[in-house]
Design a protein around this ligand. Structure first.
Ligand SMILES: CC(C)(COP(=O)(O)OP(=O)(O)OC[C@H]1O[C@@H](n2cnc3c(N)ncnc32)[C@H](O)[C@@H]1OP(=O)(O)O)[C@@H](O)C(=O)NCCC(=O)NCCS
Length: 163
């Protein structure tokens, strides 16, 4: 009858745009702190290109984000996922899962072998990520946190960009 906005406006997952970059950086910094820049994953991202980003938007504000980067593993084209962050007050409501799902839908739609990330297995196993046993990043990483999702196994050294 009346078009009244809901007091609990739904959070929407959208494709990240250039205008979102500053808010995404602020969200990621709040979630991980400056220590993030010391990590091997960050070294890889410095050399790779973003192929897609997704944000969770609530009343115009970004409350979650994730990015996908172009990498090559051995001879296989793949995507590197991260960082993923949900604003502290919005966690445990499924937003992280929706952001991961957006990444996996993107991966299914493009010509890649799968998605690699460095993260907590207890969180990412629910989406089908498993240890990437024969994959090496260009720097130190805890092997238990190097995780792969894909139709086939991959092996080799991870490089930024396409072959
Ligand atoms: C990880 C993160 C993105 C998840 O976002 P979210 O919106 O809370 O995720 P969901 O609502 O889909 O899932 C929440 C569930 O995952 C669990 N979970 C969250 N982070 C976890 C982790 N690192 N390891 C294991 N379980 C985790 C929660 O306890 C919760 O469990 P429950 O459903 O039994 O209550 C968010 O917690 C975050 O931004 N953390 C800080 C940044 C970070 O550490 N990112 C990378 C993680 S490797």
């Amino acid at each position: 009858m009346f078009d009244t906005p809901s007091p609990d406006a739904p959070v929407r997952i959208e494709t990240e745009t250039a205008a979102d970059a500053a808010a995404v950086e602020a969200l990621v910094l709040a979630a991980f702190g400056p220590g993030r820049f010391a990590k091997t994953a960050e070294r890889l991202r410095e050399r790779a290109s973003v192929v897609a980003g997704f944000v969770a938007r609530e009343d115009g504000a970004i409350v979650g984000s994730v990015r996908l980067w172009a990498i090559t593993i051995g001879e296989a084209q793949a995507l590197f996922l991260g960082p993923i962050a949900v604003e502290a007050g919005n966690r445990r409501g499924g937003l992280g899962a929706e952001l991961v799902d957006a990444c996996l839908s993107h991966a299914r739609a493009v010509d890649v072998a799968g998605v690699l990330l460095v993260g907590d297995a207890p969180y990412f196993e629910r989406f089908g990520f498993r240890r990437a046993v024969d994959v090496s990043l260009p720097g130190p990483v805890d092997g238990r946190r190097l995780l792969w999702w894909g139709t086939a196994d991959v092996s080799g050294i991870v490089r930024a960009g396409r072959k």
